[in-house]
Design a protein around this ligand. Structure first.
Ligand SMILES: [Zn+2]
Length: 176
């Protein structure tokens, strides 16, 4: 059996710098930059660089990055971790008034979790035609009998978040 408590892995250098937007303009780009910064933290932890933040009432109540490899947990996606944080922060698993910002379109699991959390709005940067389930590969939000609808915004900071993902995979390919 493998060690259930793996030692911390050395931090990787990331060629991209974090961006600190003005706190005065809390628009979609502002929150997506915070998700982007989380994605950089994922890269530094040698994880696929995907980050998420959840906004409620103009404040960030959750921020997380993908931790699948470091935790050896297939469910440790940025969105799942952030949804748990947000529910604990707000004291309610229902997140109708909250917005989830994530650097890549949510997968089947995370799209499902966003629906189950009844989150009000999902904003993502990069569409995923392979596994995205909010319109990329399929659309869980369009299930005919679903009792909650997410409001979706696509393409916020798409170029920046895509560059980060592509550069990470390029580097991984070069290493192998
Ligand atoms: Zn996911």
């Amino acid at each position: 059996m493998s060690d259930p408590f793996p030692p911390p892995r050395p931090e990787l250098p990331c060629p991209f710098a974090k961006v600190f937007p003005s706190q005065l303009v809390r628009d979609d780009a502002f929150f997506m930059w915070l998700a982007y910064n989380q994605a950089i933290d994922a890269w530094r932890a040698d994880e696929v660089p995907i980050g998420a933040v959840i906004e409620l009432g103009g404040e960030v109540i959750a921020s997380a990055h993908n931790q699948r490899d470091s935790t050896r947990d297939p469910t440790a996606h940025a969105e799942i971790i952030a949804l748990g944080q947000a529910a604990r922060a707000s004291g309610d698993w229902r997140l109708n008034e909250a917005t989830l910002y994530v650097t890549k379109e949510p997968c089947p699991m995370c799209s499902g979790a966003a629906l189950m959390a009844r989150i009000g709005r999902v904003v993502f940067a990069v569409s995923d035609p392979k596994m995205g389930c909010l319109g990329g590969a399929t659309d869980l939000n369009a299930l005919p009998q679903v009792n909650h609808r997410l409001t979706i915004t696509r393409g916020v900071l798409e170029r920046e978040c895509l560059e980060l993902l592509q550069a990470y995979f390029q580097q991984k390919r070069a290493e192998n």
